[in-house]
Design a protein around this ligand. Structure first.
Ligand SMILES: NC(=O)c1ccc[n+]([C@@H]2O[C@H](COP(=O)([O-])OP(=O)(O)OC[C@H]3O[C@@H](n4cnc5c(N)ncnc54)[C@H](OP(=O)(O)O)[C@@H]3O)[C@@H](O)[C@H]2O)c1
Length: 327
């Protein structure tokens, strides 16, 4: 079987595609015939040895996959051969077969194809946890999503709309923003490069400020967010795609009676696994009912993993980029 291997740390072009032996299924694990893998920015950091986790060489990047269970290890109770699953592998996803702990797998609903399932867990899991568990978003509230065309951004918009929020998306590229508007009927889009500062426009559109702000970008975007947040607003600290970690001005928190709240989905999944599982049940139900429409703008065959990683690096993606395995 084929695997996309990181044998020495470096940029995407240093990855090599090799034939390797099928992995052995350990106890508590399932072996998955991978049909699709989600591509995420941390994959780039992982192969450069710049990520918080450091698997030993050689390894395959790839934090999430979807496929069919082809073998179950001793003690596995929830899955059997033939089941369709999505799995949060952390790494090693860019392979034709991967073994993964049962607890990191979810049954994939019939309504969801493998490519969608491969790009769903991290983005929708994070955004649902942020909007529902943390911000407790309410129908009719104004939701401002920064980096709205990105993976977690599109998921936040999709979920926010399904829950009845009014949406504003920011981003740095007019074409991506137009596409986003068409896909999700976003109420307003703002280009934070050309409408800078964007905070005044948000205040105009919302008549007072955004109630919930979802921020995976950080830096100046975060600073301006504290100036266009509504009274008792919730500013969700999701990530720092801009590369700059901001410092919240405590006087603004006081004056707005607002809260800046951290979102760390990976830790939440470990600390509260049952709640995390229930969140996915709800998300899959919403998908079954046609309330969620995850978008994939880029698909590449497994062998073109480097091109896929560059699509993410170059900020070309709207929604998700996935690798597909020909079967
Ligand atoms: N807290 C959590 O639990 C959690 C979970 C998942 C992801 N994250 C974090 O959330 C962030 C976004 O993840 P994602 O999967 O949505 O990534 P993504 O698909 O690559 O999207 C990132 C978005 O950020 C915007 N951006 C602004 N400045 C950027 C820059 N200097 N470089 C790259 N992008 C920039 C881009 O929009 P424009 O091009 O339109 O500006 C892009 O669409 C990452 O930092 C990730 O680590 C956090």
């Amino acid at each position: 079987m084929k695997a996309v291997l990181c044998k020495e740390y470096g940029p995407p072009e240093s990855l090599v595609v090799e034939d390797v032996e099928s992995p052995k299924c350990g106890s508590g694990q399932v072996k998955i015939a991978v049909h699709a893998c989600g591509v995420n920015f941390p994959d780039v950091l992982l192969i450069k040895n710049e990520y918080q986790f450091k698997p030993s060489l050689p390894f395959a990047p790839g934090a999430e996959v979807a496929g069919e269970v082809v073998e179950v290890g001793a003690g596995v109770e929830k899955f059997k051969t033939g089941d369709r699953v999505a799995a949060m592998t952390g790494w090693d996803g860019f392979r034709e077969e991967v073994c993964c702990e049962e607890v990191k797998c979810l049954p994939l609903p019939e309504s969801m194809d493998y490519a969608t399932g491969a790009g769903f867990t991290m983005t929708y899991g994070t955004s649902y946890h942020a909007l529902v568990d943390r911000a407790k978003i309410q129908a009719g509230e104004w939701l401002l999503v920064h980096g709205g065309a990105g993976g977690v951004g599109t998921a936040a918009i999709d979920i926010g709309r399904a829950l009845g929020a009014r949406t504003i998306a920011t981003g740095g590229d007019d074409k991506k923003l137009e596409k986003l508007k068409g896909l999700y009927s976003v109420d307003h889009v703002i280009n934070y490069k050309t409408t800078n500062p964007f905070k005044d426009r948000v205040k105009e559109l919302t008549d007072g400020g955004a109630d919930v702000i979802y921020d995976p970008v950080g830096g100046d975007v975060f600073d301006q967010s504290l100036r266009c947040i509504n009274w008792e607003g919730r500013l969700l600290v999701v990530g720092f795609a801009s590369g700059t970690i901001p410092a919240a001005k405590a006087n603004l928190l006081l004056l707005k009676g607002c809260a800046a709240m951290g979102v760390f989905w990976g830790r939440f999944a470990v600390m509260e696994p049952e709640k995390c599982r229930r969140n996915f049940e709800t998300l899959f139900e919403m998908h079954d009912q046609g309330k969620l429409t995850p978008h994939i703008s880029h698909r590449f065959p497994l062998e073109k993993a480097a091109d896929a990683l560059y699509a993410v690096i170059n900020r070309e993606v709207v929604g998700k980029c996935v690798l597909t395995v020909h079967r």
